[in-house]
Design a protein around this ligand. Structure first.
Ligand code: NAD
Length: 264
């Protein structure tokens, strides 16, 4: 196990025990990292239950990345309780698109719904880092979570495909902007995992079945697989890595023609 004793992380995106961010919290905590969580108020009661399970949680404050002001409030609340304290790791595991993005053909999704999905799921990486920067130690590591629909068609993923493409672009841009000061920014492209956010994608179970049958590892990845790679990106072991999109998907992204057609 990596030893990150004395390090501090901001973790955004815990909504339940199934959240990928919760598995990341557990692995960071096991490595000795102190955690400060940003949570959406609608998940407040669940967060309050979870906090007792990890003594390494140093605090948790509301976070809504839908606006600049509410994003700033997280850091103001953090500073008020911990003046002068800074973090070494920022986990951005945030995604959302309104229901109306999925219940009609993509051509007819309204501008306002597209904008909401893009703001929360992609542009919020820039928003979070902008406000986080004064509270980040030199040489910090930021990790965001993306999905392969950013560059290949996945049925029903819709507007979230555009959001993930933009998120990966933000990752590269921000890595180049912050790299000269030693800060790193990377993305992990996770295979499909059953979570609250995933349950919003129609036909998600069919995608799980397809990936399990056709990925090189012949299984779906889980939260722990993603958390392990995140721990590596958060640690000095990956000190030369920035601006990258690392696939944690059982190898599915390298395939094109499924082996199974040879049996038909
Ligand atoms: P999840 O539902 O547990 O997490 C999504 C998080 O986004 C929640 O904690 C929610 O509170 C947060 N969020 C949404 N809107 C927000 C807002 N306005 N302000 C602050 N936080 C907000 O689901 P998850 O699958 O763990 O998702 C985490 C990330 O992983 C997302 O970016 C998702 O797109 C990405 N991802 C998930 C999968 C998958 O199959 N589950 C695959 C690839 C990438």
């Amino acid at each position: 196990m990596l030893n990150l004793q004395g390090k501090t992380a901001f973790v955004f995106g815990v909504a339940s025990e199934d959240s990928i961010a919760w598995a990341i919290c557990q692995q960071l905590a096991a490595a000795g990292v102190t955690l400060y969580l940003g949570y959406q108020k609608r998940f407040m009661s669940r967060i309050f239950q979870l906090k007792d399970k990890l003594p390494q949680i140093g605090g948790f404050y509301p976070l809504d990345v839908a606006s600049d002001a509410t994003t700033r409030e997280f850091f103001e609340a953090f500073e008020k309780e911990h003046p002068g304290k800074k973090a070494d790791i920022l986990i951005h595991a945030i995604g959302f698109a309104p229901r109306a993005c999925f219940d009609r053909p993509i051509l007819f999704v309204e501008d306002s719904d597209i904008n909401t999905a893009m703001t929360i799921s992609a542009n919020s990486l820039q928003r979070c880092l902008k406000h986080a920067l004064p509270y980040l130690n030199a040489g910090s590591s930021t990790v965001t979570l993306t999905y392969a629909a950013s560059n290949r068609f996945v049925p029903n993923y819709g507007i979230m495909s555009m959001a993930k493409a933009a998120l990966e672009c933000w990752t590269r841009e921000l890595a180049c902007h912050l790299g000269p000061e030693g800060h790193r920014v990377n993305a992990i492209s996770s295979g499909p995992i059953r979570t609250i956010a995933a349950s919003g994608v129609p036909g998600f179970d069919n995608i799980l079945d397809h990936v399990e049958a056709n990925s090189p590892l012949r299984r779906n990845v889980n939260q722990e697989d993603v958390a392990g790679a995140t721990l590596w990106l958060a640690s000095p072991l990956s000190s030369g890595v920035t601006g990258q999109c690392i696939y944690v998907d059982g190898g599915y992204s390298i395939t094109m023609v499924p082996q199974s057609i040879m049996n038909e």
